[in-house]
Design a protein around this ligand. Structure first.
Ligand code: GUN
Length: 298
């Protein structure tokens, strides 16, 4: 048996279209397109690529995009003031400060300056609190993308056993809470977990999110289980030629593909979902701010 490949790229493209359609309906009601503002500080190469993709996909979906760029040596207070200005701008629905910020800045202070109703990354303390309390709010994009892929692949997640491997603030913890919201039975495993392989073998859904290349092995996976690999690691690939590298996840794809029921590839699995959920959050934020219900189909 070979696992079904979960095509995150295709599903993300579909979410982009749905967000665009919902955004167009909403635009008629509020008199303008939902708008995402992205703040990029410094010239980190990877961040520039991420931001370019975010802007491109926002505009391709027919949403409005604002980009604010500042040099790496900009004072922290200037960035906080920019965020506050965007908070006060009624034409802006979502604010994203690209991370990492330069070392001299307190990233937490900058992120906390974002108004929770515009926090499309779901990173503020208020957004985290809303998630824990089960209150409506904007959910973090990558874990929300995991849940959406799981639902598209398996349908109702109620009663499914989920093992999240990793307890990071950005992925592991919120992913666990989001699966719990779907009535799954969730365990968070981490570096001190005993008999990790045994535990993972009990899961209907495994979410490797530890940042260690190919750590979750093939014989850890229950036959037929769904593996949602959040990891993106660049490793040496001498088999492709001298000095060559390739991207791998936190799961040993080649071992797992033979007996899992479904698995996300790396790249092309969870990765593209992050921006799709960002567009979705931008439209949800616009609706929420206008006092309208969440658009249907999103
Ligand atoms: N840097 C890398 N990924 C992300 C993300 O999802 N959000 C933000 N704000 N910064 C990032």
């Amino acid at each position: 048996m070979s696992a079904q490949l979960i095509d995150g790229k295709a599903i993300a493209a579909n979410i982009d279209v749905l967000a665009g359609e919902a955004g167009a309906v909403l635009a008629k009601q509020i008199g303008r397109a939902p708008c995402l503002a992205v703040v990029l500080v410094g010239d980190d190469a990877a961040s520039q690529v991420y931001v370019r993709n975010k802007v491109k996909r926002t505009e391709a979906a027919g949403l409005k995009s604002i980009e604010v760029r500042r040099p790496a040596d900009a004072p922290e207070q200037e960035i906080i003031d920019i965020v506050r200005g965007l908070n006060d701008d009624d034409g802006v629905d979502g604010i994203l400060v690209q991370l990492p910020l330069p070392d001299h800045m307190d990233a937490n202070a900058v992120v906390e300056a974002i108004h929770p109703d515009k926090d499309v990354d779901g990173l503020t303390e208020t957004s985290a609190g809303r998630l824990v309390l089960g209150k409506p709010g904007l959910r973090p994009c990558t874990p929300a993308g995991c849940v959406l892929l799981a639902e598209r692949t398996l349908g109702d997640l109620s009663g499914k056993s989920v093992v999240v491997v990793g307890r990071s603030i950005l992925v592991g913890k919120p992913a666990a809470l989001l699966f719990l919201e779907k009535n799954a039975t969730v365990t968070i495993a981490h570096s001190r977990t005993k008999d990790l392989a045994e535990l993972v073998r009990t899961a209907d859904i495994v979410v490797p999110a530890v940042g260690r290349p190919q750590m979750v092995r093939g014989d850890w996976i229950k036959p037929g289980a769904c593996v949602l690999d959040v990891g993106i690691n660049r490793i040496d690939a001498p088999e492709r030629g001298e000095g060559k590298t390739r991207l791998v996840g936190d799961a040993a794809f080649d071992e797992i593909v033979g007996h899992a029921g479904s698995i996300t590839p790396v790249p092309g699995g969870i990765g593209p979902m992050t921006i799709a959920m960002l567009l979705r959050n931008t439209v949800l934020a616009a609706a929420m701010r206008a006092g309208l219900p969440a658009p249907e189909g999103l």
